[in-house]
Design a protein around this ligand. Structure first.
Ligand SMILES: *[C@@H]1O[C@H](CO)[C@@H](O)[C@H](O)[C@H]1NC(C)=O
Ligand SMILES: *[C@@H]1O[C@H](CO)[C@@H](O)[C@H](O)[C@H]1NC(C)=O
Length: 626
């Protein structure tokens, strides 16, 4: 069933929420959603008639034309699509999943027939090659059918509300869950204060989203109709414009090995004095229709070995990204042991590979669920690192629809670990792949995570994520006091240019008392420039120092909030420079027009902590810009 909808998706991740829906658009969406059951019924009737007669009515052709999934859909988050496209993707999801689910549950079509129907619908609704449609649907079928069999009450509308959150109705309450949060002192004000900058700061390199594609073909075809291009599968480019460069491509292309290796070597060359290395996931390519356990492990092995070779004995703290799952995005609970759908292979592999960086005591939870905590770091006695596997919050992880029990367990473990850290007088850095806010994590997970941040914001000194490919940040506001800034997260960007940004990595300067970030630097190279000088290695440049550039007194949550609320939200220049920073000065992004509304849209991605909670964002995105 609706695996085709998997495909429409993005398995990838790209930035979130640059488009603010107007009241009128929301009204129109709700109106269309009210009619969608009838659309589903009509589509089912026409489609089944076609399966019977082999003839497509004009009405069926029209419906299929309406439901076309653009390639754009695979590239951006749903909240970035225009309102029309977002609504139609929801209608299409409900109609196709509704049809397939009904046919499967009623016994009218068996598993193989449902797979074939799904492949047919994928070919009808997307530009993707037959090989891509077939590959994706066959890879995901076992997972989806297991879940549908185990959850006979699951409806198509519920499934679409999860996968297409928040554009397909409110996420269904059937997916809700809560954890136990211990009582703590009330939040009395924003989190402020910092240790003055000093020569003794800890220097941390943050590398994320390398997306190494072993099938990348320099000179290959970058303009293909599939979710990922520039691969051997697509052959050589027939024009100069369509040619994949040696140093990456702004289109839907991952990175060749040289790009991955160059980023690691550049980071080490420019910062040989770094103390810690944070690596936040998505080592695997976007060839989502042909991933295998062996293929993923080969990529991971090559990447980890390069990290080790380049950084030597430096401490490295890795986490898993949604692309490490196989098939992509899928993270089954631990009691699922069937090797076809289980995630044990990945957790075993991670425990073995990470044993070179993590103490044995941290590996128990890696084996169980791909997450860990480490304290008593040599030289940093009061710093605790928590590496989450928060891909279980991802709306594309179908297992969220199966059960939230283990998802809750990891969050409860996070809570309990923070409680122990608080008692021990430690400060904590949280590493994860997916920003806990925004549209990628399903709403109930974001809310529970927020409750934890509310409770422990005093000791959470830093949060570090990847996934969006944008070099950006997100301020956490207290749930009950939406103007009170209590924490924030840095997103590292990406060393791949998939998604249209330039490759980058970040460097943080952290004090040794409360372990808060005192300054953030970003380093990047221009894909355009590098490919014009293909024979030589890219020129890496310092892009900005955040605190210095915006002239901030410190980088506490209160200070960042003050900047966003009083400066950034009113200044075209500040919003423009932030836009440039987010894409690491990508020509692809900067050559697109961005009017005031587009500039202001960035404020939501900075201030939203839970999808549909736009309280802070609505307060600051209407100021006149000067
Ligand atoms: C949906 O179809 C039913 C039955 O044909 C009809 O009674 C109902 O008014 C329709 N609903 C909408 C919202 O069009
Ligand atoms: C290049 O190949 C693409 C895809 O096969 C095709 O659509 C296009 O027309 C070709 N262009 C030239 C100049 O041959």
């Amino acid at each position: 069933m609706g695996k085709f909808l998997k495909l429409l998706v993005l398995f990838c991740a790209v930035s979130f929420a640059l488009t603010l829906r107007t009241e009128e658009e929301i009204r129109r969406r709700d109106e269309m959603l009210r009619h969608s059951d009838n659309f589903t019924a009509a589509f089912s009737q026409e489609y089944l008639r076609y399966k019977e007669t082999g003839v497509r009515t004009r009405q069926l052709e029209q419906m299929l034309a309406m439901m076309q999934i653009t390639k754009e859909f695979a590239r951006v988050e749903i909240t970035e699509l225009d309102a029309e496209a977002a609504i139609m993707s929801c209608v299409a999801c409900r109609a196709t999943v509704g049809l397939l689910l009904q046919q499967y549950r009623s016994g009218a079509r068996d598993k193989e027939q449902i797979i074939e129907d799904s492949i047919g619908i994928c070919i009808d609704l997307t530009s993707y090659s037959v090989i891509v449609c077939e590959g994706v649907i066959r890879l995901f079928a076992d997972h989806l059918i297991y879940i549908v069999d185990a959850r006979p009450a699951l409806t198509a509308n519920q499934m679409c509300s999860m996968v297409l959150q928040p554009e397909c109705g409110d996420p269904d309450p059937v997916f809700d869950f809560t954890i136990n949060v211990s009582p703590g002192p009330p939040i009395t004000g924003p989190k402020s204060g910092s240790i003055p900058r000093n020569a003794n700061e800890i220097k941390i390199i943050h590398i994320t989203d390398p997306h190494y594609d072993p099938a990348y073909l320099v000179g290959g075809f970058a303009d293909c109709p599939d979710p990922t291009c520039c691969r051997r599968f697509h052959g050589m480019a027939n024009t100069t414009a369509a040619r994949a460069g040696r140093w990456g491509d702004y289109r839907s292309c991952d990175s060749p090995w040289e790009v991955v290796e160059d980023a690691l070597e550049a980071a080490h060359r420019q910062h040989p004095d770094a103390h810690l290395i944070y690596i936040t996931g998505d080592y695997i390519d976007h060839g989502v229709w042909e991933t295998t356990h062996a293929g993923n492990m080969a990529i991971l092995d090559r990447f980890y070995a390069a990290v080790r070779r380049v950084f030597g004995n430096k401490p490295v703290y890795p986490v898993l990204g949604n692309h490490e799952g196989q098939p992509t995005d899928q993270f089954a609970p631990s009691h699922i042991t069937d090797p076809v759908i289980s995630s044990h292979w990945l957790y075993q592999h991670s425990a073995n590979a990470w044993a070179q960086w993590l103490p044995a005591s941290a590996l128990t939870t890696v084996r169980r669920g791909g997450y860990y905590t480490v304290n008593n770091l040599p030289g940093f006695p009061r710093l605790r690192i928590i590496g989450l596997n928060n891909n279980d919050c991802y709306r594309m992880n179908l297992w969220v629809m199966y059960s939230r029990v283990e998802i809750a367990q990891q969050l409860q473990w996070l809570h309990d670990t923070l409680l122990a850290a608080e008692a021990a007088g430690e400060y904590v850095h949280i590493l994860g792949h997916i920003l806990t806010s925004g549209s990628s994590c399903f709403r109930y997970w974001s809310r529970e995570f927020r409750r934890i941040v509310d409770r422990f914001h005093r000791i959470i000194s830093g949060q570090f994520y990847g996934h969006s490919h944008n070099d950006e940040f997100n301020i956490y506001y207290a749930r009950q006091q939406h103007q009170t800034a209590i924490n924030y997260a840095w997103l590292g960007g990406a060393t791949t240019s998939y998604g249209g940004q330039n490759p980058n990595y970040a460097v943080y300067f952290v004090d040794r008392e409360i372990y808060q970030v005192n300054e953030k630097e970003s380093w990047y190279y221009s894909v355009t420039e590098a490919n014009l000088n293909e024979a030589t290695r890219p020129v890496w440049r310092l892009h900005y120092r955040f605190r210095e550039f915006y002239n901030l007194p410190d980088l506490s949550p209160a200070s960042l909030d003050n900047f966003v609320t009083n400066t950034m939200s009113r200044s075209r220049n500040a919003l423009r420079s932030y836009r440039e920073f987010r894409s690491s000065a990508s020509d692809f992004v900067m050559n697109q027009p961005c009017d005031d509304n587009c500039l202001r849209g960035q404020l939501c991605s900075v201030t939203r902590n839970e999808i549909n909670d736009n309280r802070k964002c609505n307060e600051i995105n209407n100021f006149p810009l000067s």
